[in-house]
Design a protein around this ligand. Structure first.
Ligand code: C2E
Ligand code: CA
Ligand code: CA
Ligand code: CA
Length: 274
């Protein structure tokens, strides 16, 4: 390899180094981020379609790095997920989210758990312990997982979800429709809520296929007694189309962006959007 096209090989190696170095820097920054107070949680309202009552909030992590400025969780969560950092970040996020429940009159908080968190030893015991520590009822915590979390060990995932649900926690399947064997999953697992992936809502007005999929998920959810949340509602037209389709709950920029804790508490007290 050294002899054949030295220059090309070196450029390739350097760009590899570059991306590895960048990941290491992100990892290093993240490992300090909690202690340095660079992380915060924001909260996006989830509303009922009928009267825009705020029934819950999804908790979303934000990182303002002194080196890089604001970095999207879509970028740093996967890096944390590849190391043990995800546990530290996830525990912090869970505690922050649970603490909000004492400020809100009755809404739930929906917390994202990455596959690695979900698969950790004694995940159930851990969630129970943090919830008790916060002094809140389990039914006010919704655990959001994606199909990836349950894909590789379905037997164990089914057991975990069953036990969580027995204890009163709410379970939501996030990004529904984008994973493997979605239908099989909802038959098999103890769930409360399906969150229709944003890509289907986005396509609804343009493609017959997306609209048909959205309608099917809503009907399926209803038939199975699940709450259905449409994610990424950005326009009035989408809101109306979802109303007509009989969607029970919605979340998206058209209703509200994710907001800081104090604004979330004001919306929670006010109870209705707009
Ligand atoms: P997600 O769980 O699918 O979260 C929804 C994402 O869609 C959020 O992006 C939210 O801000 C964004 N969103 C909400 N409404 C709209 C809309 O109307 N239009 C558009 N274009 N986007 C909308 P965010 O906050 O950047 O988070 C990205 C992903 O990072 C999340 O996707 C989730 O997978 C992950 N994430 C965020 N916070 C956490 C966390 O605390 N723990 C874990 N494990 N993952 C997290
Ligand atoms: Ca989510
Ligand atoms: Ca989602
Ligand atoms: Ca997503």
């Amino acid at each position: 390899a050294k002899r054949a096209g030295r220059g090309v090989v070196r450029v390739f190696d350097e760009s590899m180094d570059e991306s590895i170095r960048f990941r290491r820097q992100i990892e290093g920054g993240l490992s300090q981020a909690i202690a340095r107070g660079e992380l915060k949680m924001v909260f996006q309202p989830i509303c009922s379609h009928s009267d825009l009552e705020v029934t819950g909030f999804e908790a979303l992590m934000r990182w303002n790095s002194p080196e890089y400025g604001p970095i999207s969780p879509a970028m740093f969560i996967p890096i944390a997920e590849e190391s043990n950092l995800i546990h530290e970040l996830g525990d912090w996020a869970l505690d922050e989210a649970l603490a909000m429940l004492n400020q809100w009159p009755g809404q739930y908080v929906s917390v994202n758990f990455s596959p690695r968190q979900f698969r950790r030893t004694n995940f159930v015991g851990h969630v129970v312990e943090r919830t008790q520590h916060a002094g809140v009822e389990p039914n006010r915590l919704q655990i959001e997982i994606t199909e990836t979390a349950i894909f590789d060990n379905a037997e164990r995932a089914a057991d975990t979800l069953y036990r969580l649900r027995q204890m009163g926690f709410r379970i939501a399947l996030d990004d529904f429709g984008t994973g493997y064997s979605s239908l099989w999953n909802i038959r098999r697992f103890a769930l409360d809520c399906l969150k229709i992936d944003r890509s289907f809502i986005d396509g609804m007005g343009r493609e017959r296929e997306s609209a048909a999929i959205v309608h099917s998920i809503i009907h399926l959810g209803k038939a199975l007694g699940l709450e259905v949340v449409a994610e990424g509602v950005e326009t009035e037209a989408q809101l109306q189309a979802l109303r007509v389709a009989g969607c029970s709950h919605m979340q998206g920029y058209f209703l509200s962006r994710p907001v800081d804790a104090d604004v979330a508490t004001r919306l929670a007290e006010q109870r209705h959007l707009m």
